[in-house]
Design a binder for this molecule. Structure first.
Ligand code: NAD
Ligand code: TYD
Length: 355
């Protein structure tokens, strides 16, 4: 008998794979069902180290397929959900907003409805407290000016990209299921993650890979945009804490208290990768290429994670310099992983964006 049966969606992606690994290893008495459609961003190689663990199951399925979702809830007697599956890259959302609306909004709605139908059977005697945990982003809050105060859990939503608009919409649906049907939910909104297994279309792995291959580093606009960065395993730890101890119905912001202007961050990446490759200090700065700015490019994201710290005792464990060093080292040592994911669809995408 498993103590719990937890469905993790998007578990073959970047953050999802770290969450699956943490839960499979830390909770041997839970059954962890990883549900993923294996889009371009999903890669089972991210989970090679745990794929044969007895409490781990993989289901290839699309969250847009409602019948499949209902069946999976029943088949595994799912009592908790950690929902990460999504289209996640802002630049792709500008090229193809429909797939973001489909997966991020309709896919989330399918899961909510499957959870409601499974968990709210009249007279259900289940002793396990059900929970639908929705993993979201700080981008729903819109952008800050350089001197604005940080996003808190009560900041009004003001999304600007099709990606953030679709995530904002999914957050609203999750709260609507809480308020209308009493579905037990919790939401977290996190800042930019970095670390191993991130698809190299996002800034940090893209630039590490390009420096390695002496390819141009496309800096949008003047490189003045600011992001708050959190090492991915710290996000996974926060999800664990919120899933088990968070207040039902609440929202928690997760962030690194670690803001960087893009161009300054890029110089740290260059310094680190050059050093690890035995190149002269700053040698790869010549690769910096300023390109046309992203449409609707949010100036600054910065998150206040004080509630999570005060109520649940979570703080980031890794200093940024340490995190970047570990990250650069991992990508340089895992060139096979990079080569594998940068083939096929990604090549065409890369040509379209940067070619
Ligand atoms: P990712 O793009 O690396 O992974 C997404 C995963 O979802 C992939 O494995 C993909 O195959 C799967 N997926 C996509 N569409 C699906 C569908 N229709 N059905 C089933 N599976 C599907 O994304 P990520 O960076 O790991 O982000 C995970 C979640 O965290 C997302 O919800 C994202 O909005 C949120 N988030 C990400 C960040 C970040 O910095 N990356 C920050 C805050 C929040
Ligand atoms: P990204 O990793 O796409 O995350 P997000 O847009 O969700 O914050 O981008 C991080 C920052 O880096 C963002 O301000 C856009 C910028 N950026 C570039 O300057 N060049 C690039 O090639 C990419 C992918 C991003």
């Amino acid at each position: 008998m498993n103590k719990r049966n937890i469905l993790i969606t998007g578990g073959a992606g970047f953050i999802g794979s770290h969450v699956v690994r943490l839960f499979v290893n830390k909770y041997p008495d839970y059954r962890i069902v990883n549900l993923d459609a294996l889009t371009y961003a999903g890669n089972l190689a991210n989970l090679k180290d745990i794929e044969n663990t007895p409490n781990y199951v993989f289901e290839k399925a699309d969250i847009c397929d409602f019948e499949a979702m209902e069946q999976i809830f029943k088949k595994y007697n799912i009592d908790g959900v950690i929902h990460l599956a999504a289209e996640s890259h802002v630049d792709r959302s500008i090229k193809d907003p429909f797939s973001f609306a489909k997966t991020n909004i309709m896919g989330t709605l399918n899961l909510l409805e499957a959870a409601r139908r499974t968990w709210q059977i009249p007279n259900s005697k289940s002793q396990i407290p059900n929970l639908f945990y929705h993993v979201s982003t700080d981008e729903v809050y819109g952008e800050l000016d350089f001197d604005d105060t940080l996003f808190t859990e009560t900041t009004a939503y003001d999304p600007h990209s099709p990606y953030s608009a679709s995530k904002a919409s999914s957050d609203h649906f999750v709260r609507a299921y809480r308020d209308t049907y009493g579905l037990p939910i919790v939401i977290s909104n996190c800042s930019n993650n970095y670390g191993p297994y991130q698809f190299p279309e996002k800034l940090i792995p893209l630039f590490i890979n390009n420096i390695r291959h002496n390819k141009p580093l496309p800096v949008y606009g003047k490189g003045e945009n600011v992001r708050d960065w959190l090492y991915v395993t710290d996000h996974a730890r926060a999800i664990d804490v919120i899933f088990h101890n968070g207040k039902q119905g609440d929202t928690y912001n997760i962030g690194g208290f670690n803001e960087w202007k893009n161009i300054d961050l890029i110089k740290v990446i260059i310094e680190t990768v050059d050093r690890l490759l035995g190149r002269t200090k700053g040698e790869s700065e010549k690769l910096i290429t300023y390109v046309t700015d992203r449409a609707g490019h949010d100036l600054r994201y910065a998150i206040d994670a004080t509630k999570l710290k005060n109520e649940l005792g979570w703080t980031p464990s890794l200093q940024f310099e340490e995190g970047i060093e570990k990250t650069a080292q991992w990508y340089l040592e895992n060139q096979d992983w990079l080569d594998n994911v940068t083939s096929g669809d990604y090549q065409q995408y890369y040509e379209k964006m940067y070619g």
